[in-house]
Design a binder for this molecule. Structure first.
Ligand SMILES: *Cc1c(COP(=O)(O)O)cnc(C)c1O
Length: 395
């Protein structure tokens, strides 16, 4: 079945090239959620009557759909409010639970702020933190990683797909190293679900963060995978009521769980065909933009998801490239860390200068992106990059 391209909020305004920030909710996901908002209202934890049973059944069906996409057992899926909460639960939960064994945590400079800030908070509370650098292509060197693990290392956290540059880390190999050393591996997979095959039956990964809204589901719902064989134990961060086997208390939002389940089921069914289509659009976009000359692709050219292009433009350094592109909704190499205009910590880690980072653009495509939108984006970019370059180097 093909995606319902016509059904998309395609409205006037800029072309949406920011699927890495969030995706539209697939209309089929919206349809699956509505009955659980409009008609059903039972609390999935109400074990004494049919209102609760129906809600519980829906939540468990959705849990199985989420588990299926990543090759997990449904009992290994803990609902959260999104990947930020999952990252916090994984890092703080593991370090707190293993406090007697060690206090060392290893992660990577290019991680999402949800991992980096949680790690910094743990460091303030007495944990020791090692932040690993990446190579110029954005990939983590396995030997470098191995050398960082110590007898008191409790957890390593490495993302599967980078949110800014789309680069894929070899978490299978890193997990094997962790197993040798008795270190837990947490993987932030917020940008990976539906974009590449994940198989937790085979992958030596202990904890994995997931979110719905980067995969055509609603915002405000996510999950943490917690391995059961061998059993991984973490300390809860949210107390009260003992939901989710005591790991995350709080009444479950049935409609949100159902939406994430439907989104992940669609991803499982359509991922292969969709990625092929994305790859074609990505190459069309890249070739069109590279025709400008003086364009640098940030992050490994091949080990990246087909939805992401992160580009720097020579000769527009220090210029607000994104501001001169009103026709395109994208992310710049500066906005990613929000309110303040700081150069992206990820691009800095690849060795880009501040000005180069500011002159960078993240274009992320997705399910509802059309060839026409790709071509129009190329045209917009040609116009504004040429204008900016002309201004900088007047003839
Ligand atoms: C979006 C994102 C997050 C945060 O997820 P939320 O569900 O918005 O909290 C964490 N990690 C990565 C890699 C992301 O892309």
């Amino acid at each position: 079945m093909s995606a319902p391209h016509d059904a998309v909020p395609g409205a006037p305004g800029p072309i949406y090239m920011d699927y890495g920030a969030t995706t539209p909710v697939d209309p089929r996901v919206v349809a699956s959620m509505l009955p659980w908002l409009a008609e059903e209202f039972g609390n999935p934890a109400s074990g004494g009557h049919a209102f609760g049973w129906r809600a519980q059944e829906a939540v468990e069906r959705a849990r199985a759909q989420v588990a299926a996409l990543v090759g997990a057992d449904p009992a290994e899926i803990v609902w959260t409010s999104g990947a930020t909460e999952s990252d916090n639960l994984a890092l703080k939960g593991a370090l707190q639970h293993e406090d007697a064994r060690g206090r060392h945590l290893v992660t990577v400079v290019t991680e999402h702020k949800a991992v980096l800030d949680a790690a910094q908070q743990l460091a303030r509370q007495g944990c020791e933190l090692t932040l690993l650098d990446v190579r110029a292509d954005g990939r983590l060197d396995a030997e470098h990683f191995r050398d960082a693990l110590r007898p008191d290392t409790v957890l390593a956290s490495v993302m599967l797909v980078n949110n800014e540059i789309g680069v894929v880390q070899d978490v299978e190999a890193l997990g094997a190293i962790c197993r040798e050393r008795g270190v837990l591996l947490h993987v932030d997979a917020a940008q990976a679900s539906g974009k590449l095959a994940i198989d937790l039956r085979r992958w030596p990964v202990d904890l994995m963060s997931l979110t719905a809204h980067k995969t055509y589901g609603p915002k405000g719902i996510g999950a943490l995978y917690v391995r059961r064989k061998p059993r991984v134990k973490i300390a809860a961060q949210m107390h009260g009521g003992g939901h989710e086997r005591g790991l995350r208390s709080g009444t479950l939002p049935t409609h949100q769980c159902v939406g994430m389940g439907e989104a992940f089921a669609l991803a499982a069914a359509e991922m292969d065909a969709e990625c092929e289509r994305m790859r074609t659009l990505q190459q069309r976009l890249l070739q069109g933009i590279e025709a400008l000359g003086g364009v640098r692709l940030n992050g490994d050219r091949h080990r990246r998801v087909p939805h992401n292009l992160n580009l720097s433009f020579e000769g527009v350094e220090g210029r607000p490239l994104l501001e001169s592109l009103p026709g395109v909704a994208a992310s710049s190499g500066s906005a990613c860390s929000s309110a303040r205009l700081e150069p992206s910590h990820v691009l800095r880690a690849l060795g880009l200068r501040d000005e180069q980072a500011h002159a960078s653009l993240r274009l992320t495509i997705g399910r509802f992106t059309t060839e026409r939108e790709v071509d129009a984006t190329v045209q917009y970019l040609h116009t504004s990059v040429k204008r900016l370059r002309g201004r900088q180097f007047p003839t």
